[in-house]
Design a protein around this ligand. Structure first.
Ligand code: PLP
Length: 283
C-alpha cells in the first residue's frame, strides 16, 4: 500500500511557505503528500494581513479523515496557531506510532507572530512531547530551552538537553541560518543512537538570494519525505539540506514577486534529484 506523509500546517496563499510549500516539497521528492489545514493566513512579502484559526474539532476531523483512509507513516507539523489546536492535534495523534516531525514555527518570514496565543510555549511544548523529530532555528531553540545559543557548542548542548527531557524525541535538527561564518552555514543534527547521543554537522555555502520564504517549512518537509523513503536519520539530514540548497540555488536569480525588497518563495520543480555537487561537507 502507498505510504502517505501528512502535513498539518497553516495556509500561505502566496505558495511560498506553509502547507503549499510542504506539498510542493513532498511531490518534488517523490512521496504522496496529504494536507490538514490549521489556520488560514492572508499574507505576502509585505506582511501578514490576517490569521484565522480553524475550529479545533474541524482540525481533528481532517486528521481523522486522512488517518482512517491512508497509510500515514510520517506526520509533519508546522504552524499550529493556538493551544486549543495543539490539544486537538495531540488528541488525534494519540494512537499514531509513526514519525512526527515538528517545525516549531513562531514567526512569519516578515517577522510577525504566527500564534494567536500570547504564550507560544502553551502551543509548542505539548507538541514537542509527542514529536520524534524537531527542526528549530536558533531563536526557536533559545525560546524553547531558555538557553542562549551563540555557537555550535551551545547548539549541541541545548539540543541534548531537549532530548534528555523529552523521551520520544530522537532527532533535533538545528538550522544554522542565523550564524554565518565566511559565507558558509553549518546545520547540526543531534540524535539518539544505541550508543547514546551523537551529533553530525553539515557545512555548506550560504546561497545569496532574497528568495528564502518557506525554507524552514521546506527543510522539515524534505526531512519527512526522505525519511519516509529511507528510514535513515543521517541520510534524511543530508538529503534535506541538499534539497533546500538545490532549490535555493536554482531560484536565486528569478523574480518571483513584484516587491524587489521582499522575500520570494522557491521553485521546487527545479530540484536536482541526482547528487552531483560536492559542496556539502560532513563532520
Ligand atoms: N507557516 C506559515 C503558514 C507561514 O506563513 C510561514 C512563514 O511566513 C511559516 C510557516 C514559516 O516560514 P519559513 O519556512 O520561512 O520559516
Amino acid at each position: 500500500m502507498q505510504a502517505t506523509v501528512l502535513s498539518i500546517a497553516g495556509s500561505d496563499p502566496t505558495g511560498g511557505a506553509g502547507i503549499q510549500a510542504d506539498l510542493k516539497t513532498m511531490t518534488s521528492i517523490g512521496v504522496y503528500g496529504a494536507a490538514v489545514i490549521t489556520c488560514i493566513t492572508a499574507q505576502n512579502s509585505h506582511g501578514v494581513v490576517s490569521v484565522e484559526c480553524l475550529p479545533p474539532n474541524l482540525v481533528q476531523n481532517q486528521i481523522q479523515s486522512v488517518l482512517d483512509d491512508h497509510l500515514v507513516t510520517h506526520v509533519k507539523i508546522g504552524m499550529v496557531g493556538s493551544a486549543e489546536i495543539a490539544t486537538a492535534i495531540i488528541h488525534s495523534l494519540s494512537g499514531f506510532c509513526g514519525e512526527i516531525i515538528y517545525d516549531p514555527v513562531m514567526l512569519s518570514t516578515t517577522g510577525q507572530s504566527l500564534s494567536t496565543d500570547s504564550h507560544p510555549d502553551r502551543t509548542t511544548l505539548p507538541i514537542i512531547k509527542q514529536a520524534t523529530v524537531l527542526t528549530p532555528n536558533i531563536p526557536e531553540l533559545e525560546q524553547i530551552t531558555g538557553m542562549p545559543v551563540n555557537d555550535h557548542q551551545n547548539m549541541i548542548a541545548a539540543a541534548g538537553l531537549l532530548l534528555e527531557k523529552n523521551r520520544r524525541l530522537r532527532v533535533i535538527l538545528v538550522k544554522g541560518g542565523h550564524f554565518m561564518q565566511e559565507n558558509s552555514l553549518t546545520d547540526i543534527m543531534v540524535h539518539r543512537t544505541a550508543e547514546g547521543l551523537r551529533s553530525a554537522k553539515l557545512t555548506h555555502p550560504s546561497v545569496q538570494t532574497m528568495n528564502t520564504h518557506g525554507t524552514g517549512c521546506t527543510l522539515a518537509s524534505a526531512f519527512a519525505a526522505f525519511h519516509a523513503l529511507s528510514c535513515d536519520d543521517l541520510y534524511s539530514f543530508r538529503q534535506s539540506i541538499r534539497y533546500v540548497n538545490s532549490v535555493l540555488q536554482n531560484s536565486k536569480d528569478v523574480q518571483i514577486i513584484r516587491n524587489r525588497n521582499g522575500h520570494g518563495g522557491m521553485l521546487h520543480y527545479s530540484f536536482e534529484k541526482t547528487e552531483t555537487a560536492t559542496d556539502i561537507q560532513s563532520e
